[in-house]
Ligand binder design. Structure first.
Ligand code: ATP
Length: 279
């Protein structure tokens, strides 16, 4: 697939540099020393862009984000081959806290906030790793809604408000790359709109680079510059987000049903083209 950016949104204010901020190169991940989940996965995230990572359940999207964030050891997972490079440096063996200090942030699936703490306390906790305890004013300015909720206990917020807080907390570490794992999952449609608009604003107004994992392919591709589709631990298709959104196979896979009424695997789609491997 061509990589032309004809109809793609413009990169945010953060710049149009060609060197990728993140590159994942032929990464293999194994859980519990035997369960092979990522099988030579490669992707890049250019500086200043939003990149969507799409795929069916169990394809390995969350595992990819955890490999980038350095969180696999907590789940008995390991990168056994390949490399993760951030801003040109090999961070494959760097621990998770160091990666946060370098600017890698992950908002995990499920809106994980500290439920017993207030909104404000959640933000303060988010700034701990990089010592940015005072940076919450910047977040409140960008997200006035959180400012009005600052004294509220996080556990009583709506799902959408919790998601905003989870993102706000990640922003407190002053990331250069914000990774989001299914931020729209389980939200009411109005809140889904707000969350996607917010992610787009972060990119357009602050130039923040984002890697977005989503089941909601249509919405993710609408705000992304580029997209990757993965299946069974590998990338099977990539391209400009606008092209992927128009691709008949992507439409059929994500929106349609197979002849027998079953959702098709991407591999079974007629025009499926195998992606060129990196090496
Ligand atoms: P979903 O959309 O359902 O969240 P996903 O694409 O994010 O799926 P992963 O959560 O990365 O996929 O899971 C990929 C595969 O790895 C699945 O088969 C899953 O069972 C397995 N897996 C994930 N985490 C672990 C773990 N901690 N230990 C063992 N296997 C795991």
């Amino acid at each position: 697939m061509s990589t032309s950016e004809v109809a793609a949104p413009q990169p945010g204010a953060g710049g149009a540099a060609t060197t990728p901020l993140l590159s994942v190169e032929n990464v293999e991940v194994i859980y519990d020393q035997v369960i092979l989940v990522l099988r030579g996965l490669s992707l890049t995230v250019p500086n200043g862009q939003i990149v969507a990572l799409l795929g069916s359940n169990g394809a390995g999207k969350s595992t990819t984000l955890k490999a980038i964030a350095g969180l696999l050891p907590t789940e008995h997972g390991e990168v056994t081959d390949g490399a993760v490079r951030f801003d040109g440096a090999d961070i494959t063996r760097v621990d998770a806290a160091q990666r946060v200090r370098r600017g890698v942030a992950l908002v995990m699936e499920g809106r994980r906030v500290f439920e017993h703490l207030t909104v404000h306390e959640n933000l303060v906790a988010g700034g701990y790793t990089r010592g940015n305890r005072a940076d919450y004013e910047r977040i409140y300015e960008f997200l006035p809604r959180l400012a009005t909720l600052r004294s509220r206990v996080a556990g009583y917020l709506s799902g959408g408000e919790q998601q905003m807080l989870a993102i706000g907390r990640a922003l407190m570490s002053d990331p250069r790359l914000l990774m989001l794992d299914e931020p729209s999952l389980g939200l009411a449609p109005r809140m889904v709109d707000e969350v996607f608009t917010f992610i787009q604003r972060l990119n357009a107004e602050l130039g923040l680079t984002a890697l977005l994992v989503e089941q909601n392919a249509r919405r993710a591709l609408a705000i992304a510059h580029r997209g990757y589709i993965m299946e069974s631990g590998r990338i099977v298709l990539d391209g400009a987000a606008s092209e992927l959104a128009d691709n008949p196979d992507v439409k059929e896979f994500y929106l349609g049903l197979g002849e027998a009424g079953a959702r098709k695997r991407y591999r079974d789609v007629k025009h499926y083209k195998r992606r060129k491997r990196w090496l």
